[in-house]
Design a protein around this ligand. Structure first.
Ligand code: SF4
Ligand code: SF4
Length: 107
């Protein structure tokens, strides 16, 4: 199994999750993070750290978010690792409230 970053992360990228991951398996895109499923050890430490509840265990990903399972796997191969917390995107607080924003994802 793995943990999966879902839609809520898009344009937020608070990166609180990154600091707690013991195996540094987060990958950073322009406006979202993903988890590398080959590296994640299912420790669940990142879940409570995310202020927008974007992270789920693979088996618990809501039905309307399941495309993010494959998307995390795909994008994790393309994006570089992020191992330290950084400042969120400037308008993160506004986008944190937006539910449907898949079209905002920059690959
Ligand atoms: S804390 Fe949540 S919103 Fe922020 S980067 Fe991690 S998964 Fe994305
Ligand atoms: S579940 Fe653990 S290993 Fe997987 S991404 Fe979260 S903190 Fe990292």
């Amino acid at each position: 199994m793995t943990y999966v970053v879902t839609e809520a992360c898009i344009r937020c990228k608070y990166t609180d999750c990154v600091d707690v991951c013991p195996v540094d398996c987060f990958r950073e895109g322009p406006n979202m993070l993903v988890i590398d499923p080959d590296e994640c050890i299912d420790c669940s430490l990142c879940v409570p750290e995310c202020p927008v509840e974007a992270i789920y265990a693979e088996d618990d990903v809501p039905a309307d978010q399941r495309e993010f399972i494959a998307l995390n796997a795909e994008l994790a191969k393309q994006w570089p690792p992020i191992v330290e917390r950084k400042e969120p995107l400037p308008d993160a607080d506004e986008w944190a409230k937006v539910k449907h924003k898949r079209d905002q994802l920059i690959r």
